[in-house]
Ligand binder design. Structure first.
Ligand SMILES: [Zn+2]
Length: 133
């Protein structure tokens, strides 16, 4: 083993952790970064903008990385394919609450109106045109 002095120091520092290594802690913080209500499960991930993502590369709405927003899959499982014109909105404003009763299909313009209501600061963020749930 030809470890550089810096490499050896890093290993010693990691082993000094009491319950979790520094590497484990950094992995956890990456997993939690995306959402306010994180649930780290196999097969799911949280997008940078806070949506639950499921890997379904064959889905027409899959992103280049093969992931689809879970709320779209939940809605389509109940009501059939959305096509390309509609977005799925979270009624209670929680973008990770993907229970069917929290979901509502809207046109992009209807959707933007809902998100412009200024009385609740959680809803002030304007979704991208073309539809983020
Ligand atoms: Zn919405």
């Amino acid at each position: 083993m030809a470890l550089s002095p810096e490499g050896r120091e890093r290993i010693v520092a990691a082993n000094r952790g009491r319950t979790h290594s520094a590497l484990h802690r950094s992995r956890v913080s990456v997993a939690l970064r995306g959402g306010k209500n994180p649930q780290w499960k196999g097969g799911k991930t949280i997008s940078r903008d806070g949506y639950v993502m499921i890997r379904v590369p064959s889905h027409p709405r899959a992103e280049p990385n093969g992931y689809v927003r879970e709320h779209i899959l939940v809605y389509e499982a109940a009501y059939g394919s959305l096509g390309s014109g509609l977005v799925v909105h979270h009624r209670n404003g929680d973008n990770q609450d993907n229970r069917l009763e929290n979901l509502q299909a809207l046109t992009p313009s209807e959707h933007m109106k809902l998100h412009r209501i200024p009385t609740n600061s959680r809803w002030v963020k304007i979704p991208r045109i073309g539809g983020r749930g």
